[in-house]
Design a protein around this ligand. Sequence first.
Ligand code: UT7
Length: 331
Amino acid sequence: MTGVKILGVGKCVPEGRLTNDDLAKIVDTNDEWIVSRTGISSRRIAAGEPTFHLAAEASKQALERAGLKGEDIGLIIATSITPDYYTPSVACMVQREIGATGSMTIDVNCACSGFVYGFDMAKRYLQTDDSLKYVLVVSAEELSKITDYKDRSTCILFGDGAAAVVVERKEDTLYSSYLGADGNGAQFLMARNVLGKNPLGREETVIDEKMPEGNGPYLYQDGKEVYRFATRVLPMVTKECCQKAGIEPGDIDVIVPHQANFRIIETAAKNLKLPMDKFFLNLSEYGNTSSASIPIAFCEAIEKGKVKSGDKVCFVGFGAGLTYAGVIFEY
Ligand code: UT7
């Protein structure tokens, strides 16, 4: 199989910590409820720095660890649901910051599945374009921008952060992916753009019938529906990736899942008949950082020696859309 070799991984998370006790001062909640229902203890929250800044810092670290310079990168794939601008893209802002002038730049919005979609796109570009040597995939989110800190059912979940990987093509290596979406579940997890006001004074037709009125730009979530979806697709996607790769789930060395909720991952582990120590988790410290959660966790897993050269690694994500995505590769 043609796959990818990871040359460098980097991350950047804001300094500011928001603990469960901090949140208990803002909304009617407590540490015990949050930890027992989600596994989250604290999250990092940006203090004014833009999303693209986190993306650029994570990218610089990944480049340095890869022993490359910005100008070596031929394609930047950035993923975010919380960019600073409608336009230009996060990828263009990162390109400017790292000096990758002339590279292709693409932004991907697949919510929490974004990094896995971007990683698989990188592999496909590398496989079909011989002139392309190195691709940077960077995921950066500031969920604090679209979190309603009056809504206790969502504000306990989300945090900010970014991470990046630099990859090149690798022949004769393990690689499989399984990606998809179910737009019928779109209304279970949404955040609205500004309502359109055109010069003819026509009001935009609003289709988000489930979202409470006056929700503004904040994330709306039907937690139970998303929970049901997540516990179904996590094992399904992992099994599909294994089948395509010709391996069994037990052959995977490390699974890096989307860091949404400890209970979701525990349920998936049971379904897959795998021990929890196959899964790398850091959600206790960072909460759910949407598309950045898998690469932040992957970066930490490498730093802590939990992922070693030659390991079979599985990334598996799910999120708004509703989207799902998995890849298996050899590190
Ligand atoms: O990347 C995005 C993916 N999103 C997810 O993965 C989220 C998936 N869903 C979940 O993780 C869970 O549904 C939540 C953690 C969001 C909620 O957990 P739950 O076990 O489904 O709780 P619930 O919504 O059924 O609420 C149970 C009770 C309710 O009270 P009543 O109606 O039983 O009296 C809530 O009002 O807990 C209450 N509650 C809270 N209590 C204290 C809801 N949020 C809180 C809170 N603190 N923060």
